[in-house]
Design a protein around this ligand. Sequence first.
Ligand code: SF4
Ligand code: SF4
Length: 86
Amino acid sequence: MKRQKARRALNLKADPAKCKRCRRCSEACPMSLPVDAMVWAGKLDQLECILCGSCADACPEKAIRFSFDVPEKKKTGYNDTVKEVS
Ligand code: SF4
Ligand code: SF4
């Protein structure tokens, strides 16, 4: 499905090494996502995630943070340089 392949610029990143497995992130998630398991897997890209930030706020170890991916410039095949003609 195309939507599943689309990358969101704003997303969450996890640092499993900081996680103490307290599950506060999962308890705070309004979407009832298994956030702790997602952190342990190092993958927080659930489509159901509404990016509310509650899990990051609830984590005492700061193992979850927001990240902003800047997409690569789309290659057009054209030379962007504009030459002036006299
Ligand atoms: S950002 Fe919100 S919806 Fe997404 S995993 Fe964290 S608590 Fe759940
Ligand atoms: S709240 Fe933080 S330390 Fe606790 S399980 Fe979630 S990511 Fe790990």
